[in-house]
Design a protein around this ligand. Sequence first.
Ligand SMILES: Nc1ncnc2c1ncn2[C@@H]1O[C@H](COP(=O)(O)OP(=O)(O)O)[C@@H](O)[C@H]1O
Ligand SMILES: [Mg+2]
Length: 256
Amino acid sequence: MSPVLSDRIEVHDLHFYYGHTCALKAVSLNVPERQVTAFIGPSGCGKSTLLRCFNRMNDEIPGARVSSGSIHIGGVNIQQPSVDVAKLRREVGMVFQKSNPFPRSIFDNVAFGLQLHRISNRSMLNQAVEEALISAALWDEVKDRLHESALALSGGQQQRLCIARSLAVKPSIILMDEPCSALDPIAAAKVEDLIRTLRQQITFIIVTHNMQQAARVSDLTAFFHLGELIEFSPTLKLFSNPAHKLTEAYLRGTFG
Ligand SMILES: Nc1ncnc2c1ncn2[C@@H]1O[C@H](COP(=O)(O)OP(=O)(O)O)[C@@H](O)[C@H]1O
Ligand SMILES: [Mg+2]
C-alpha cells in the first residue's frame, strides 16, 4: 500500500451482508475528490453501511462482510488484508450523528488522535489542536477554556469538536453520518458552513435525511433504495430532473 492515499473512491459491484441479510447489492460508484457527495434514501437502504465500508468500520461488526466487489481509494484496494486499518482511518475520518466527545477536556479531545499517532511534542501538539479548532470554526468559542470538560459544550459545539478531532490528523476524506440530525438549525448551519469552507481540501461524504441540506451543501447526490444505488448525479440535476421514478417519488415525499 502506498504511504499516501489520494482520495478518489471507486466502488465496483459491491455486495455486502450482515449474516444472511443483504444490505448492499451490486453498488458501483466513483466518488470524486474534493467535492461534497450526499447519500440519501429511506431508512435501512444501506447508506451507513456503505459509508462504514470506506474506512473498514464494518470490520468491527460480527457477521458483517463484503461478499464480492471492490473498493479502491486512491487506487488502493482497501479490503486487502495487508491494508493498515489505523492508517486508513487516519486518512478517512468519520463524524457520527450523535456527537461523541470523550469525558475529557476540550484540548484532550482534539489531541487524542494526534497522541495516538505519536505527535507528543508539546508545542507541536498545541499548534495542531489550535489549527484543528480554527478549521472547525470553534476556536473563538473555546480558546479560553481548553482545559474544561468537553461535555459542558452545547450539542452544536460538541459536534464541531468531533469534527476538529477528525480534522486534527489531516484526513483526506471525512465521512459524516447524519451529522446534523441532532442539532438545531443554527448549529446545523455552522456545520454546513464548515463543509463549504473545507471542501477545497477535503472530500466529504454526508448522509442526510434533510433534502434541503443535501441540496445546499453537496455537489453530487447518490440516492439508494433497498441496498441498491438507484441514481448518482450532480445534485442540481438529481433534485430538478431525477432520472428515475423512485428518486422522484422519494423527493416528493411519497415514501421514506
Ligand atoms: N449491525 C447490523 N447488524 C445487522 N444488520 C444491520 C446492521 N446495521 C445495519 N443493518 C441492516 O442493514 C440494512 C442497511 O442498514 P443501514 O446501512 O444502517 O441503512 P441506512 O443508514 O440507510 O438507514 C438494514 O436492513 C439494516 O437493518
Ligand atoms: Mg444510517
